[in-house]
Design a protein around this ligand. Structure first.
Ligand SMILES: Cc1cc2nc3c(=O)[nH]c(=O)nc-3n(C[C@H](O)[C@H](O)[C@H](O)COP(=O)(O)OP(=O)(O)OC[C@H]3O[C@@H](n4cnc5c(N)ncnc54)[C@H](O)[C@@H]3O)c2cc1C
Length: 385
């Protein structure tokens, strides 16, 4: 088999890349480990797309039901600090869009079904000759001759292992708990986020086809708080605290999923003909809902460089294309990762001075238009991340 780009991992980012390249007449093949059957899993996990990610999807013809977020209300559970972000402050209609993970994954998968080799995995990568062609050996005794190998295979990237990238990791010592719940919040287009010693609790509306009262919850809790009880017990015990803060009953109406939270980042994103993109290259705390948006920003930069490269010459300069991608994305992602670590530590601390600082800080930023606009424009995707 031959293909200009071989994508390892048919997740949201890998499938987006294959679809966008196909629209520009660039051949790719997707090597996906799973059998591709996402229909059996309950619709629980959600993603928050910023307007830039949404536009990238619109451009390749993906229309997905979404809940529009026009306001984000953040407050300190124990103190008086609070901040609101409103779309109108940056002259936009919406700040972000909540979609179901499975629905987006299915729509993108459909687009690239014929290019996907399911139940497959890359076993070995060798250089073929001086023309920058690699041979990719995959699990079912097939070989692909390819120019670029895009590692979009998530947190434990196989491509990163095969090409021996150097990884930096950190443990947030937290678990993200997520489920859907019915409740009655006053603002139908608001996302609420509460920072407290019971965890960071975010609740957002779901696409309207699910019903107005159903919301998604993403709740990050310190692992040590979960040591002596199971997750269901923890949710039952502390939900009333957030019900009080939000003045509404919150009733869990799905299974409860949980994920251990780590961050990771690679020293380089490029090695030979391989490149790391999306969660394969980096992962961050879900606190600001930016994980998938960083992945889309990576995918956009990678596709742009590949498309520009092929437009200039059929003998695309592999090293230049990949280096340009790395330069565009690495520092931006690292900045986001470090900022998220700073926020997690700040809001996790029981130090009295830090508690005071975050209370004053939230309220001050709330009153400072210039700083607010800066934060909102970046988080909403109005300014590229
Ligand atoms: C609880 C939680 C809530 C989150 N909420 C948000 C949110 O609100 N907003 C947001 O932006 N982000 C959120 N994220 C992060 C977001 O889910 C990820 O950033 C995103 O899914 C990454 O997409 P990806 O395609 O890069 O990787 P993945 O989704 O990990 O996809 C990787 C793909 O590669 C395949 N694969 C794995 N290994 C191999 C292999 N060896 N060979 C071939 N294929 C392989 C997998 O089967 C999968 O299909 C959240 C994460 C968590 C844990």
């Amino acid at each position: 088999m031959k293909s200009s780009v071989t994508v390892s991992g048919g997740g949201i980012i890998g499938n987006y890349i294959a679809s966008r390249l196909a629209n520009n007449n660039i051949e790719s093949l997707v090597v996906e480990k799973s059998d591709g059957n996402n229909n059996q899993t309950e619709n629980i996990r959600t993603l928050t797309l910023n307007s830039y990610s949404k536009k990238l999807l619109d451009d390749i013809g993906i229309k997905i039901p979404c809940a529009e977020i026009k306001t984000i209300k953040v407050f300190e559970g124990e103190g008086s600090g609070k901040i609101d972000f409103r779309a109108e402050e940056i002259d936009e209609d919406n700040l972000s869009y909540v979609v179901f993970f499975n629905e987006l994954q299915n729509l993108l998968q459909q687009k690239v079904l014929e290019k996907t080799l399911f139940r497959s995995e890359i076993k070995k990568i060798t250089k073929k000759d001086s023309e920058e062609i690699s041979e990719v050996y995959i699990s079912n005794d097939k070989t692909i001759e390819t120019k670029f190998i895009a590692g979009c295979d998530g947190r434990n990237s196989n491509v990163a292992k095969l090409a021996e990238y150097t990884e930096m990791t950190g443990d947030y010592n937290q678990t993200a708990i997520t489920f859907t719940a019915s409740c009655c919040l006053e603002d139908k287009h608001a996302a609420y986020q509460i920072f407290s010693d019971k965890g960071i609790f975010a609740i957002m509306p779901l696409p309207s086809n699910i019903g107005d009262s159903t919301h998604t919850v993403v709740w990050s809790v310190d692992n040590e708080k979960l040591d002596n009880q199971n997750i269901e017990q923890y949710v039952n015990e502390y939900m009333s605290y957030f019900e009080g803060k939000l003045s509404s009953e919150i009733k869990v109406n799905s299974s409860i999923l949980s994920f251990k939270l780590f961050n990771h980042h690679f020293k380089n994103y490029v090695s030979g003909s391989t490149v790391l993109i999306g969660d394969a290259a980096h992962s961050i705390h879900p606190l600001a809902g930016q994980g998938i948006n960083l992945g889309f920003a990576d995918a956009d930069a990678f596709c742009e460089e590949i498309i520009n490269g092929f437009e200039k010459s059929i003998n695309i300069d592999q090293r230049l294309v990949l280096k340009r991608y790395e330069v565009r994305r690495k520092n931006m992602n690292l900045l986001m990762l470090k900022s998220m670590d700073f926020f997690v530590n700040l809001f996790n601390s029981n130090n009295l001075y830090l508690k005071l600082l975050r209370n004053i800080g939230l309220s001050r930023v709330n009153k400072t238009q210039f700083l607010k606009k800066f934060f909102i424009s970046h988080a909403s995707g109005k300014n590229k991340i």
